[in-house]
Design a protein around this ligand. Structure first.
Ligand code: LMR
Length: 328
């Protein structure tokens, strides 16, 4: 891509995060919903783009569309099956209509920390999960970490009873709906791009998300505070269409897979640092963070963990056992 094309494309505002593709290069559109600065997914997607565009120059060219500028997560997978977009990295909560296996990641308090998540995803059980949607036309290329979720609301949340009666935005996942119902709260599934406005106008009272999303979307500005519950995981599956992937020539496919694997390993290894940086950024920007005592946190565990029983058949008792063994 020449500097002139880069400038022209940026001027249109069409895809400000790309350098512009040259004629003859295969264009790979990568659509996602978060910000790029400081965000684990934003950083990883841009690194993938930079590496492909440098190392496969003349052959392939990635265009990243962040911030829901191309698709929301509830549209992107259908668009991928239509061939309108080639890559995306929705959170594991967003594959409900393709597989129920990923529900294990939504179950509250399933993993004690991100090291346990990493170990589970890297295991044979976890790696096999990349292929569970193949018959539905989607192939997983890798898990990308974001981190553990925290609760925030327009009033202080210390004990689980504090959440009762409040409306919480959730991702479109039956597990997350059940989790909020266990708290006697009212779950409201909603697209990520609408959450800030919904919190601001009082359409919902609270939400759950990771530090990078609380910071990146500025939820802390329109919430009383964020409580450090670390109650669940928000990670991603980078996906592509089986048809598109299988249609690539073997060299191109191998090169893309190698770059994807290297970017995945590099950025997943940096997750603790990126997460901590975003937590600190919330504080620096004046956001309130509430920490829980062990006893207070245990009260949340006691109320939310019974949700597992409802979903055991979907996620597999053996998978739950494997995850718990890693925690031990
Ligand atoms: C959400 O909808 O809250 C997240 O899945 C957004 C994201 O991609 O991190």
């Amino acid at each position: 891509a020449t500097a002139a094309t880069a400038l022209a494309l940026t001027a249109t505002g069409a895809f400000a995060d790309t350098m512009g593709c040259d004629a003859g290069e295969m264009v790979i559109k990568f659509s996602h919903v978060t910000n790029t600065d400081k965000h684990p997914k934003g950083i990883a997607a841009n690194l993938f783009m930079e590496r492909v565009n440098a190392e496969m120059d003349g052959k392939a060219c990635v265009e990243v569309y962040p911030n829901s500028t191309l698709y929301n997560d509830d549209q992107v997978l259908e668009a991928m099956l239509q061939g309108d977009v080639q890559m995306a990295a929705p959170s594991l909560s967003k594959f409900e209509s393709f597989t129920k296996v990923y529900r294990i990641f939504d179950l509250p308090f399933m993993f004690k920390n991100m090291d346990a998540v990493e170990e589970f995803q890297s295991s044979e059980v976890g790696q096999n999960m990349k292929e569970v949607m193949v018959r539905r036309g989607l192939l997983g290329l890798g898990f990308w970490h974001n981190g553990l979720k925290q609760f925030s609301a327009n009033k202080p949340l210390v004990m689980p009873e504090d959440a009762a009666g409040l409306k919480f935005r959730v991702q479109p996942s039956d597990v997350l709906v059940a989790q909020m119902e266990a708290l006697d709260a009212s779950p409201q599934p909603m697209a990520f791009s609408e959450v800030y406005g919904a919190l601001q106008t009082g359409v919902v009272d609270g939400q759950e998300n990771t530090w990078s999303n609380v910071y990146g979307q500025k939820f802390f500005e329109v919430q009383d505070g964020t409580t450090e519950t670390n109650h669940g995981v928000l990670d991603y599956m980078v996906v592509t269409s089986v048809d598109w992937w299988e249609g690539l020539d073997a060299d191109t496919r191998d090169q893309l897979a190698t770059i994807m694997n290297e970017v995945t390993a590099e950025r997943n290894a940096a997750i603790a640092e990126v997460d901590a940086e975003n937590r600190q950024a919330v504080l620096d920007a004046g956001g309130v963070i509430r920490e829980l005592t062990d006893e207070q946190r245990q009260a949340w565990v006691d109320v939310m963990k019974p949700v597992w029983a409802q979903f055991e058949a979907d996620v597999g008792a053996d998978n739950i056992a494997a995850a718990q063994e890693i925690n031990a």
